[in-house]
Design a protein around this ligand. Structure first.
Ligand code: UDP
Length: 470
């Protein structure tokens, strides 16, 4: 009976893609792998089916399985959790049926899917957590239930007062994700419950590498983030990045355009799989870019105020002529390109014409910029991105902050100034050098004998030892 590892995640690009990368690594080691994905849109949306069929074709050794949602996705993150919780029953059924022909030696759970820990325990299958954000954020979240017990107020009342977390510099309360601001809300309590589950796994895999987040990783491994309890082994196995294999004739128009630009001359602006701005903000960015005089490649999504999760299946493309300042596209056509909705970010960042990256500070984007050695301008938008910004700007010093990101609007002058700073200033040369050093360290970590390579081997040993024959 063959051994199999089952990976379990949900249909969000920044969670699914690193999970597939991890599955690929195990498959290369000769293990059988299945990736199970919880969908959010009933009657399988075109987005999901296209994504899964693309992944299946690109990864013939991996089998993919989609669990459709039991109910329709509503507004708010609590609906996401409801759908994932409801998926426990079909997951259990699936694992049982796989166990009829294979020995399921482990399940690897995305951190939004830790409800499935109950299923793994019932079936006596070892369960590992895969953390697709960084160790910095993981340390904060494992420590958060302890912090919560010691806090007198909700985070929103704490404001800019500093929070002290092992392995992290003091963090202003305002830099925690919005969903953690209001104590005892349904979402807050659900997150506390999820955070408490992290340490209940048999091990925690993190998409990071030792020298990137040294202090936080040390604190996690020393058990400082879960005082009085047991922290399972932490395996830092990243950076796991999806590098698409494409034929020359399939190259995206943005890459063809980049081919014609001078080396390191273009600032790239992209805000993750869900980031979008109001029309007013888009116009400020456009004016700032125009006044900066720099070359740019800008990914623009439709302005929207609706549920960001629904943007996972984008239907409408922005009408650029209507949204952007009159004549902007014409006036900047010799030095700028605006792409609707999506650009092949990894390939763009690795293109030699790209000199800087304006990012929303999603963890995958940070790792991709690190592997490409591209300095950043931070414009955090949601989730743990403000925390990531502190790390990039204050600890690593490989980025600058776009002021006003946490106010109503970032004004055009700020966009202009920061773009000029990162592209032209003396300060930016030092930042660029630091980024290059970090890139080299990332490459070293992934080499045979490097910290991430060794951590993956340790994880594989643990999985093979724990495996329960069925
Ligand atoms: N991405 C992309 N093109 C885009 C926008 C995003 O390829 O136009 C990819 C990006 O390379 C990254 C992922 O989408 O791998 C976004 O993940 P991240 O963790 O940065 O942000 P999230 O979308 O989870 O907020």
């Amino acid at each position: 009976m063959k051994d199999i590892v089952v990976f379990y995640t949900w249909i969000a690009f920044g969670h699914l893609m690193p999970m597939v990368e991890l599955a690929k690594l195990l498959s290369k080691q000769g293990m059988s792998v299945t990736v199970v994905i919880v969908d959010f849109i009933k009657n399988s949306s075109s987005f999901t089916s296209k994504t899964i069929s693309r992944l299946s074709v690109a990864n013939p050794t991996i089998s993919f399985h989609v669990i459709p949602p039991a109910t329709e996705l509503g507004e708010g993150i609590d609906h996401v959790f409801k759908i994932i919780q409801e998926a426990n029953a079909p997951l259990s059924y699936l694992l049982k049926s796989i166990s009829e022909t294979c020995s399921v030696c482990a399940v690897v759970l995305d951190f939004f899917c830790t409800f499935a820990l109950d299923v793994a325990r019932q079936l006596d299958i070892p369960a590992y957590l895969f953390y697709t954000s960084g160790a910095y954020d993981l340390a904060m979240n494992i420590y958060f239930p302890t912090l919560d017990k010691n806090l007198d107020n909700s985070i929103v009342e704490i404001g800019n007062r500093l929070l002290h977390v092992p392995g992290l510099p003091p963090i202003p309360g305002s830099h925690l994700p919005d969903h953690m601001h209001q104590r005892n809300s349904l979402v807050y309590n659900t997150f506390i419950n999820i955070y408490q589950r992290f340490v209940q796994h048999d091990g925690i895999l993190v998409n990071t590498f030792e020298s990137l987040e040294k202090k936080a990783i040390e604190a996690l491994k020393a058990g400082l983030c879960f005082p009085g309890g047991y922290t399972p082994p932490v395996y830092c196995i990243g950076p796991l990045i999806t590098v698409p294999e494409k034929k020359e004739e399939e190259r995206h128009e943005s890459l063809v355009w980049l081919d014609m630009q001078p080396r390191k001359s273009v600032v790239f602006l992209s805000f993750g799989s869900m980031g979008s701005f109001s029309e007013q903000q888009l116009r400020e960015i456009a004016t700032g870019l125009e006044n900066s005089g720099q070359r740019f490649l800008w990914v623009v999504r439709s302005p929207t105020v609706t549920n960001p999760l629904k943007k996972l299946d984008p239907q409408d493309k922005p009408d650029l002529q209507a949204i952007l300042p009159e004549g902007f596209i014409d006036r900047t056509k010799d030095r700028g390109m605006v792409v609707k909705q999506w650009a092949p970010q990894v390939e763009v960042l690795n293109h030699e014409s790209v000199g800087a990256f304006v990012t929303h500070c999603g963890w995958n984007s940070i790792l991709e910029a690190t592997m490409a050695g591209v300095p950043m301008i931070c414009w955090p938008m949601y989730a743990e991105q403000k925390l990531n910004k502190i790390y990039l700007v204050e600890e690593m010093k490989v980025a600058v902050e776009m002021k006003g990101y946490d106010e109503d609007i970032v004004v055009a002058k700020e966009v202009e100034d920061k773009v000029k700073l990162i592209m032209e200033s003396e300060e930016s040369k030092v930042i660029r050098e630091r980024m290059e050093t970090m890139r080299e360290k990332a490459v070293d970590a992934l080499r045979e004998g490097g910290s991430s390579h060794t951590a993956l081997e340790d994880f594989l040993k643990a999985v093979r030892m724990d495996g329960v024959p069925c």
